[in-house]
Ligand binder design. Sequence first.
Ligand SMILES: C[S@@+](CC[C@H](N)C(=O)[O-])C[C@H]1O[C@@H](n2cnc3c(N)ncnc32)[C@H](O)[C@@H]1O
Length: 272
Amino acid sequence: MKEVDSQQVDQLTEAVLASAKYKSIDDDFIRYIGKQELFKHHNLKEAIKSTKNKLHQVGGAYQTSTPRYSIWLDELKFAKRSGDEAHFLDMCKWIMQYHSSTRERLPILEQFYSIIFANLPPIDSIMDIACGLHPLAVPWMPLSEHVQYFAYDIYEDMIGFLNASLAFMAVQGFGKVCDVIHSCPTQKVDVAFILKAIPCLEQVDKQAGLRLLETINAGHLVVSFPAHSLGGKNKSMVTNYESRFYKLVEHKPWSIQRFEFPGELVFLVNKS
Ligand SMILES: C[S@@+](CC[C@H](N)C(=O)[O-])C[C@H]1O[C@@H](n2cnc3c(N)ncnc32)[C@H](O)[C@@H]1O
């Protein structure tokens, strides 16, 4: 990309971070989007506006209301301490509905993980790319007690909450603020979830999906696509995403299984 004035990038980043909706987003990611938008617009005010729009499209649009992380954490803590496992699961579900991508999976939680994990070897480590609130679905995954779970997203407050919440799940591991487009995690894991993330990341960088599929060091990838848009319309999404996915993996020596769930199209990729 052609160089843009670094002082303008600083000003843009500061202005975006000053807004409550974006203050928790990784600053390097804001700078990257900001540079793209300054390059297109030349005018600082317009570039700030379009940077916010882009950040909304790739992140904010999925948050159904202002997240209340400290209240959610208290509820989880209380449910865990009560020893009532059904109540704890209800709390995880209640919180997951505040991220629209994770919410869409709630009606199929049981079947989703039982089918996916039935097609995987025993799993000791999991990576969750552009995770949203998906780590709260850990209790529905048939995992051994030694499993390690690593989750990545661009929101600092969300990751702080997930780190505290993972302590209540029967897993080790951590959440980390990470722009996976520019710093794809590279540690070796048994399986990586890339759930409904590719269309979102490709809005910022057309090569992001392919790069992630190639770079992630996992025996298996669980890659999914939404089967309807955020507004609920279908628009032949399954057909379009299916052909997009097969284009991404053409010429790769990987074996692929396809699963279609209500609301979600899933590909299980065996890279090993
Ligand atoms: C469609 S949601 C998917 C959430 C989750 N994987 C699921 O299916 O439940 C996309 C997620 O990607 C995150 N995201 C957007 N850009 C990102 C980036 N460059 N690096 C990491 N996460 C990103 C957003 O914050 C959002 O939580």
